[in-house]
Ligand binder design. Structure first.
Ligand code: ZN
Length: 110
């Protein structure tokens, strides 16, 4: 018998799928409370996602996950970074502008 996945596990599973698609390997993936950001990626390869991302729709989750995973390849939001965002999350720019409406006002991505 299979038990349903807990949301945080599901989020992690989605990260694994995206990591394979983007051919990146985060060293550690953390899901934890973050009040000012939806996600972050450290230069040491640690990807952190806000625990309450599980309450958001799948499209927004993918946007945050892909954004952070791409930082494992590109530290800044340059041309190549944006090209890959366009390829994998079409319409991400609308999500970026809608981001301010979700949760804390100036909640950001890094
Ligand atoms: Zn970023």
């Amino acid at each position: 018998m299979r038990f349903p996945l807990l949301p945080a596990q599901e989020l992690r599973r989605r990260v694994d799928t995206w990591a394979a698609t983007l051919r990146v390997r985060p060293r550690v993936v953390r899901v934890q409370a973050m009040c000012r950001k939806w996600g972050s990626c450290s230069s040491a390869g640690i990807v952190t996602l806000a625990a309450d991302l599980v309450m958001q729709d799948e499209r927004f989750q993918n946007y945050v996950i892909v954004h952070e995973l791409l930082h494992l390849r590109y530290p800044s939001h340059g041309r190549l970074f944006k090209a890959l965002m366009n390829a994998h999350v079409p319409g991400w720019r609308e999500l970026e502008s809608a981001r301010q409406d979700r949760g804390v006002k100036s909640r950001a991505l890094r």
